[in-house]
Design a protein around this ligand. Structure first.
Ligand code: HSE
Length: 429
């Protein structure tokens, strides 16, 4: 602290770091009152100095040297808002070793290295907070770690990626195809120039790893989480789903399964009356349930400068309070060990399958025979259209082991009468 004020160094003044800077500046009086001391930005560091100028950061606070910010003895809290693993992890490690508390919205780093970072923080008696890493402004991590600390959480289901939720909402409401909506979203600035991490489910997988660690109290090997994105979802699938009473969402699903955890990210048909089905556009929501707490859903903006900046500012205030009250390090890692993930083949799922087949007698029977042989039970089947000797058939399968479904799909694909399996999307009840 300097002159009775907690000093903050911000590394990375992009969307979230910039939002945080504005909030700390514009809401300084409220923050002083709730934190118990003024919270001042002592340094704002970005290699792109144009960003610093655009935010009207006073020249005396501007720097491009992260190491100078980290080694500044006046600074109490380092906010790492650079993103990615390198150099962010090195900066965070150095900050903790220098005795500073750390706040970060960096989901990739926390998902992969959170356990080691929290262990190091405990060793050095400092705080590490990362509320902004999941769900933007939604206060889900603090809810899991503090408000629900006594509850056994059995299930977490989230819409945690705004880009994909925006694309699926637009596809559903405008009847447009994926590529068309993605191109529009990129033009409007809702999707990144390189949208791979979002549309392929990687971003949601990192967020699920963090949610599961806090909700289930176990460290999660993020690379083992089953991950499937939305690039294979078509307007036809969304139309069939809507007509059957479902919406299609990219879901991050976490469940206890005995001593194991079932963690997966994939598009899914969700009943239209499920609370998550109403989450449209770039919004995020996380649904949590357990025997004591019942069902809870938190909803809000999952990205953006001021929403995510608010979550990060909340963490800064929490760290500042602990500095003011000399109680740093009071919220260490709450995990009890490493999670064992149930392999996807062993998970029980139901599925929607759309396929193109030859339009002639006995075809449905041949496919049904394979399904029966592989122990996959049919819930419903519809054939809507047939043209040029090709019929489109849509099946919904009853819940059963994923390995049976996969075996059936590969045997069906090999049937001479099957032209293609166009889509296979799981159904969540
Ligand atoms: N890229 C993320 C999304 C936002 O589309 O939701 C930041 O986590």
């Amino acid at each position: 602290m300097r002159d009775g004020a907690v000093q903050v160094g911000i590394l990375g003044l992009g969307v979230v770091g910039g939002g945080l800077y504005q909030i700390l500046r514009d809401n300084a009086e409220q923050i002083r009152r709730v934190a118990g001391a003024s919270v001042e930005v002592a340094a704002a560091c970005d290699l792109d100095t144009e960003r610093l100028r655009e935010l009207s950061v006073p020249e005396a606070l501007q720097t491009t040297e992260a190491s100078q910010v980290i080694s500044n003895p006046d600074i109490d809290i380092i906010v790492e808002a650079i993103g990615g693993i390198s150099p962010a992890l090195n900066f965070v490690t150095a900050a903790i070793e220098a005795g500073k508390s750390v706040v970060t919205p960096n989901k990739e780093m926390i998902a992969k290295d959170g356990g080691e970072i929290l262990a190091l923080a405990e060793q050095h008696g400092v705080d590490v907070q990362f509320e902004g890493s999941v769900g933007g402004v939604i206060p889900i991590l603090r809810s899991l770690k503090e408000s629900l600390a006594s509850a056994r959480i059995d299930q977490i289901i989230g819409i945690v990626n705004g880009t994909t939720n925006y694309i699926l909402t637009e596809m559903s409401e405008a009847g447009a195809e994926f590529a068309e909506v993605l191109a529009d979203a990129q033009r409007e600035g809702y999707a990144e120039a390189d949208p791979t991490a979002d549309i392929e489910g990687i971003d949601a997988t990192n967020k699920l790893a963090i949610l599961a660690a806090l909700g289930f109290g176990q460290r999660v090997p993020v690379e083992e989480i089953y991950c499937e994105g939305i690039s294979g979802v078509t307007a036809a699938d969304i139309d069939y789903a809507n007509r059957m009473g479902y919406v299609i969402k990219l879901l991050a699903i976490g469940k206890r399964a005995g001593d194991e955890l079932e963690l997966r990210v994939h598009p899914a048909l969700l009943p239209a009356d499920h609370p998550l089905a109403t989450v449209r556009g770039v919004y995020n929501a996380i649904f949590v349930s357990g025997p004591e707490c019942g069902e809870i859903m938190l909803y809000g903006q999952g990205a953006g400068a001021l929403p995510t900046g608010t979550a990060v500012a909340g963490d800064v205030i929490d760290c500042a309070r602990n500095i003011v009250h000399a109680s740093r390090g009071r919220a260490p890692c709450t995990c009890e060990g490493e999670a064992v993930l149930r392999p996807m083949a062993e998970v029980e799922t139901s599925a929607y399958v759309r396929m193109q087949v030859a339009d002639r007698p006995g075809v449905l029977g041949q496919i049904a025979t394979v399904l029966g042989r592989e122990q996959v039970s049919i819930e419903s089947v519809i054939q809507e259209s047939a043209h040029d000797d090709v019929a489109e058939i849509v099946w919904v399968m009853h819940r059963g082991p994923e390995k049976h479904l996969q075996a059936a799909m590969s045997a069906i694909e090999d049937l001479a009468v099957v032209r293609e399996i166009s889509s296979m999307i799981r159904v969540v009840e």
